[in-house]
Design a binder for this molecule. Structure first.
Ligand code: SF4
Length: 135
């Protein structure tokens, strides 16, 4: 079993209310080989929502509102679901402050990337789940 970022599976759950559908991943979910999760929605952040970035370890909106608690809560709920279905791999939306793998926006809200993982990705790695990014 795999986990897929819900926005890649066609769910319009991104901050701007859009999806990033990828046909092969939609098919994976339809075949029952993957489960689509949106940790930000699981953290009750709502859709649409203000975009957030990791600013020195805190997850903030551009206006400086601290959303760290909701991010961590959503990631924990998503992790619990991941472990419950016995998933061993996650295919995650690139660059997201929640789902990014290996690179995320640098906290300046200027579109600049830096090295790092999203909040959910960090948790998955801590629990030995293989993570892979997808644009
Ligand atoms: Fe939700 Fe992750 Fe997609 Fe963001 S990248 S919309 S948290 S599934």
């Amino acid at each position: 079993m795999k986990i897929v970022s819900a926005c890649l599976a066609g769910v319009p759950c991104r901050y701007d209310g859009q999806a990033k559908p990828r046909l092969d991943l939609i098919e994976l979910v339809q075949k029952g080989e993957a489960i689509a999760l949106c940790p930000e929605e699981l953290g009750d952040l709502g859709t649409p929502r203000p975009p957030c970035e990791n600013v020195s370890g805190k997850i903030l909106t551009q206006e400086g509102e601290d959303k760290s608690e909701a991010f961590h809560r959503g990631a924990q709920i998503a992790l619990a679901k991941t472990l419950k279905v016995g998933a061993t791999e996650a295919i995650l939306k690139s660059c997201s402050p929640m789902c990014g793998v290996g690179k995320v926006y640098d906290g300046t809200f200027s579109g600049t990337l830096t090295t790092g993982d999203g909040v959910f990705t960090q948790l998955l790695k801590q629990h030995g789940i293989k993570t892979k990014e997808r644009d």
